[in-house]
Design a protein around this ligand. Structure first.
Ligand SMILES: [Ca+2]
Length: 254
């Protein structure tokens, strides 16, 4: 141990910094070499072994690859216009989402593409016992010029009893919903009958979704709108039925 500038074993400077194999320690203990011991403490957080596990990156959910977003990112989903990447840390897989590609997914996938990002907003159908996430129904992006009638088939909507549904805005966006109806299409052979069921109740702005008149129900992320519709005619024996949501509107990403 010395302070003479020669070959050093242990060096202690005037500030009390200790160097081991270090002439000018810059911390209280500055070591040129390995440290061996039975544990390490930072404050009161003491460890006696290294944390177990590994971390790895999965593939990037590139919105340009239509069909990739919803399936490649593990738990969680990649919102419209965003990019996701699957990450596995110590056996737990999560989906990291970044806004860095905002916009590109919308142009390539959400705006009329298939199965890449979820379309927005979402329509939850009451199946007679519970609300089921059925489809997205306003999927024309980025401005009134994209607005037109948009049809999506509903597979969970119960037509007996009160016909109920919810509009749920789950994405970071604003939707402008001009009109919402339920379209019922009954067929038997070459015969077809169509019925439009208007909403009779909305927890907000019913009058604005009754007509295509540029008067909008505006929804933002986190909004939930409850709806009820006119009753549907009974399905005659031998006929088959399809049910659609017929809506008009557009949405804008935040
Ligand atoms: Ca309207």
């Amino acid at each position: 141990m010395s302070g003479d500038g020669g070959d050093e074993g242990v060096f202690v400077d005037n500030a009390g910094n200790v160097g081991i194999g270090v002439v000018s320690p810059t911390e209280k203990l500055d070591v040129n070499g390995n440290i061996k011991g039975s544990g390490v403490c930072i404050g009161t957080d003491c460890k006696t072994s290294w944390p177990s596990g590994t971390a790895s990156w999965g593939s990037v959910c590139n919105p340009a690859a239509v069909g990739a977003c919803s399936s490649c990112c593990g738990p969680g989903t990649v919102p419209c216009g965003y990019m996701g990447r699957q990450v596995t840390i110590s056996g737990t897989t999560i989906c990291l989402v970044t806004a860095s590609s905002q916009g590109s997914c919308g142009a390539l996938a959400c705006d009329g593409g298939v199965s890449c990002c979820p379309w927005c907003p979402f329509f939850y159908s009451w199946d007679g016992q519970k609300y089921v996430k059925d489809t997205t129904f306003i999927y024309k992006l980025d401005g009134p010029e994209k607005e037109d009638i948009q049809l999506r088939e509903l597979t969970h909507l119960g037509l007996t009893g009160t016909i109920k549904a919810k509009i749920v805005e789950e994405e970071p966006e604003t939707s402008y919903i001009d009109m919402v109806k339920i379209l019922v299409v009954d067929r038997q052979g070459d015969s077809k009958k169509e019925y439009e069921l208007n909403p009779v109740y909305s927890s907000r702005d019913l009058e604005k979704i009754l007509y295509s008149d540029d008067q909008y129900l505006v929804t933002n992320q986190g909004d939930e709108i409850s709806l009820e519709f006119e009753p549907a005619p009974a399905l005659p024996d031998g006929w088959t039925r399809q049910v659609f949501i017929k809506a008009e509107g557009y949405y804008i990403l935040k």
